[in-house]
Design a protein around this ligand. Sequence first.
Ligand SMILES: [Zn+2]
Length: 130
Amino acid sequence: MTIFKKKKIDKKQLKAFQGLLEKEKKELEDKIADLNLKEKDMAIKMPDFTASEDSSIEADEIEELNNLLSLKLVWEGDLARINDALERIKAGTYGICEECGELIEEARLRIEPAAQTCTKCVKKKNTASA
Ligand SMILES: [Zn+2]
């Protein structure tokens, strides 16, 4: 009979990934704060820009604001995933695939410390949605 050891990521590695995540989190928070300032600036410059027919508002300014907003959405999503990963470090479940319960490959975590699934499951998902 095989006894399955509870899978867990190495403590030293965990510390390293925690450091990475915290650094990324800080950077994202700074970037989002920056974006918020810009957004405020632009909103002052063109109030109700979507409803306005004012031709003095440049189309590329509207586009810039739209880009800004979609970028913010992406970053906020990243930040949420990082916070989630930090929670999992606290809970002791970090590095475990949410789909199959196996350990996520270390190489994958190095590239994407907030990863929630292992490479196999990502591939499965990608082929399923393609
Ligand atoms: Zn998996």
